[in-house]
Design a protein around this ligand. Structure first.
Ligand code: SF4
Length: 400
């Protein structure tokens, strides 16, 4: 039977569609980084305990909402604690949240359970507590090995604390670690980037996420750019940095399985693959987004409002839209074409009862003839040239 993607699971696509991935948003940070526009807050650490209690209530509600027609709990394949800085919760609070998930959902024995953490917020005791609770993957926001660039970004940690965090995580028994880094930073040279990658690879993480800086409105970086205090990274230099990283990482045995993500064999992030294959997920916590049962919905942003609603046993949902069949097809194709593997054609047909060729019609031949796509018997993916043109290919290929 065809699978959606061997990297997610060996389950047939119809069975994957019956499962969910769970996301728990933890909106606390010690301070706000200068580039960050996530739904996260500094100065509200006393809200951690009431927030965890509210989240436990929402997990229970979500479990009921997602129950299977026969009243049994929905199967969940992955859990992701994101933020914010989830490592600012105690291991006891994290354990309670995982317990709530296990009570409300049928969590796979082999589920991938990730927690995002920041260097400087981790001790060996805390890490052992997280490992004991069932967290089996750690995603560490390292960002750079250059002390001056970390300061520019407004990060609270030093380069040395990245190494300490990884070493403590290894001692606590973590065998799956991701490190996040950023490029295209103000004042960052190719030499800085080479040195950061050298030091990152010396730690041999199982997974690396490399993001180019995007300057978002409303952040200090945006104001400083407007005022001419900082200048965003040069576009050509960014492209060179990306290309250099890809060559360096592939030579070190990492596969570039999605535009910004590289993994050693067997260590692709199954939770993120849920998003990239447009499979169902339930997001819980302030501002968290969900996609489930033909509907996309999100919660209120403010943690205090979120806590009040859950305490009053009311829904925290703030926005909702229905997703029709054609929209789901377009979005699935768009998301899968962003991955290195592309669209698994038999799975696409099995999922939507229509082949991809029928869905896009003549457009497929036009875009293929322009050398923007590569097709094997089972897979359709962007060619190297197609990846460079990105959005233009999607506009020319996909309906609506
Ligand atoms: S630690 Fe992460 S979530 Fe928190 S402010 Fe910095 S970038 Fe944003």
């Amino acid at each position: 039977m065809a699978t959606c993607a061997t990297q997610i699971s060996t389950d047939p696509v119809q069975q994957l569609l019956e499962t969910v991935s769970l996301y728990l948003h933890i909106p606390f940070c010690h301070t706000r980084c200068h580039y960050c526009d996530f739904n996260t807050y500094a100065g509200i650490l006393p809200l951690r305990e009431p927030y965890v209690q509210a989240l436990q209530i929402e997990v229970e509600r979500a479990g009921k909402l997602a129950q299977r027609p026969d009243g049994t709990p929905r199967r969940a394949r992955t859990i992701f604690f994101g933020g914010g800085t989830p490592s600012l919760l105690s291991s006891i609070q994290t354990t309670r949240l995982l317990h709530a998930c296990r009570s409300a959902f049928a969590i796979d024995q082999e589920a991938e359970i990730t927690l995002e953490a920041n260097p400087g917020t981790l001790t060996i005791e805390h890490l052992i507590g997280l490992r004991t609770a069932g967290i089996n993957r750690l995603s560490i926001g390292a960002q750079s090995f250059d002390a001056a660039l970390l300061k520019t970004l407004g990060r609270i940690h030093s380069p040395g604390e990245i190494c300490q965090a990884v070493s403590a995580a290894r001692s606590a028994g973590f065998t799956s670690i991701n490190l996040d880094f950023m490029f295209g930073l103000p004042g960052q040279t190719m030499q800085h980037w080479r040195e950061t990658l050298d030091q990152a690879l010396a730690l041999r993480p199982e997974h690396l996420s490399l993001y180019s800086l995007i300057i978002e409105e409303g952040t200090p970086f945006y104001t400083w750019t407007q005022q001419g205090i900082i200048a965003p990274g040069d576009e050509d230099l960014c492209a060179d940095m990306y290309e250099y990283a890809d060559e360096r990482l592939q030579a070190a045995g990492y596969e570039n399985y999605e535009i910004s993500n590289w993994a050693l064999p067997g260590h692709q992030c199954r939770h993120n693959l849920t998003y990239w294959h447009n499979l169902p997920y339930l997001g819980m916590g302030a501002g968290a987004h969900s996609s489930f049962a033909g509907r996309r919905f999100s919660n209120v942003l403010a943690p205090l409002a979120y806590i009040r609603l859950l305490r009053a046993r009311q829904s925290p949902e703030a926005e909702s839209e229905t997703v029709d069949h054609a929209q789901e097809m377009t979005e699935t194709a768009f998301l899968e074409l962003r991955t290195a593997m592309g669209i698994h054609l038999p799975s696409f047909e099995q999922r939507f009862s229509q082949s991809f060729a029928q869905f896009v019609g003549d457009r497929l031949h036009t875009v293929e003839a322009a050398g923007l796509l590569e097709q094997t018997q089972e897979w359709l993916r962007l060619s190297k040239r197609g990846r460079l043109l990105g959005n233009e290919v999607f506009l020319r290929l996909l309906p609506n």
